[in-house]
Design a binder for this molecule. Structure first.
Ligand SMILES: Cc1ncc(COP(=O)(O)O)c(C=O)c1O
Length: 349
């Protein structure tokens, strides 16, 4: 019963097979491999973006920080949700890679930026004189850190506000597959058509060993990205092994199948926990949920080997068995119905 993180899961067999196929003879290094040419074509077709630039990196933090560095100058600020990974979990990498840009933290329920919060921040920045930090870019996370999703209309509404001030829009799509699998929309509808300029398209949480694609819908930003990636130490020499993972991911809709499986297990878990009387803190729209359980439930689950993160201090063995505390539960493509059902059974007592 492993619900700590979708980073904890194994790589999908199709991905391992792709790697084995790529592991034959020599291949051009540093992204000039033949597989990468095919990946670029796959991404362009998937996003209906014939000119898009596609670059691979090994971590989501690198994808976000390098993409944002191409969108936002050092004297500007990036508008993000208060709980965004960029703000809370990237050790100031966006600030570092942009050369010192700020992050402006916005509010909104369920992990989504509220349009009113963005409007207020933009209004407060007008006019931005020489003494002030300039508005720089908007960054949305989809699926969000709360396990909710932005619909295409939500993205478009926020992007319109950003564009009205001339700001580019980035999307942190570490769980983009989970969002698309849930919505059933096209990848283009949720990004390019809604005003997104650059997407960090995640793979690591969804069956790859460790690859994220940065998709720049404006290819004019591509060379700068390449230089920043190299200078930042994120250009992988034996790049074919990154390309091979991404090629397998995009072939035959594997990326969506894996995400749909993770989402289905999250639905099953959420339904079971609701049935057991647990309180879910946000709507469950992707593969992750935040749940309040009693000390007695936490202890019983721990005693039977359930792994997950407590959201706040871990409840100790001593204390009121009825005291409630929150935890985060994440399903991956490999999560089984049996694991979910056992977890629910233990929570129900
Ligand atoms: C929303 C979000 N963005 C990006 C990342 C990527 O982070 P990493 O640099 O650990 O691959 C994560 C991983 O936890 C995430 O949850």
């Amino acid at each position: 019963m492993w619900f700590t993180s979708d980073n904890a899961g194994p790589a999908a067999p199709e991905v391992m097979a792709g790697l084995a196929r790529a592991n034959e003879g020599p291949a051009r290094a540093y992204g000039a491999d033949a597989i990468m040419e095919r990946v670029t074509a796959q991404v362009r077709a998937l996003f209906e973006a014939p000119d898009a630039a596609v670059h691979l990196v090994a971590t989501g933090t690198a994808a976000n920080a390098l993409a944002l560095a191409c969108l936002c100058p050092p004297w500007a600020t990036i508008y993000v949700h208060r709980e965004a990974h960029t703000a809370c979990d990237e050790c100031a990498a966006p600030e570092f890679f942009t050369g010192g840009a700020k992050l402006t933290l916005l509010d909104g329920p369920d992990g989504r930026i509220a349009p009113a919060s963005l409007a207020a921040a933009l209004a407060a920045a007008a006019p931005a004189g020489v003494h002030n930090v300039q508005p720089g870019a908007l960054s949305l996370t989809n699926a969000t850190e709360a396990g909710t999703i932005y619909r295409p209309a939500d993205v478009a509404a926020l992007a319109r506000m950003a564009k009205a001030r001339g700001l580019p829009v980035h999307m942190d799509g570490a769980r983009f597959a989970n969002a698309v699998a849930r919505l059933g929309c096209s990848p283009a509808e949720l990004t390019r058509a809604a005003g997104v300029d650059a997407l960090s398209f995640g793979g690591t949480k969804n069956g790859l060993l460790g690859v994220e694609a940065v998709i720049l819908f404006d290819p004019g930003r591509s060379w700068e990205f390449e230089l920043r990636r190299k200078r930042g130490g994120h250009l992988v020499s034996k790049h074919r092994y990154l390309s091979a993972q991404m090629e397998a991911y995009l072939t035959g809709g594997l990326w969506l199948r894996l995400a749909a499986q993770a989402n289905a297990m999250a639905d099953r878990l959420a339904a079971g926990l609701r049935g057991a009387g647990a309180e879910l803190l946000y709507p469950v729209e992707a593969n992750m949920m935040f749940v309040r359980l009693s000390r007695a439930q936490h202890l019983r689950l721990a005693a039977h080997g359930a792994s997950y993160y407590h959201w706040g201090p871990e409840p100790g063995a001593e204390g009121d068995p009825a005291e409630m505390s929150a935890c985060r539960l994440v399903c991956g493509w490999q999560t089984t119905a049996a694991e979910v059902d056992r977890f629910v059974e233990l929570a129900a007592g």
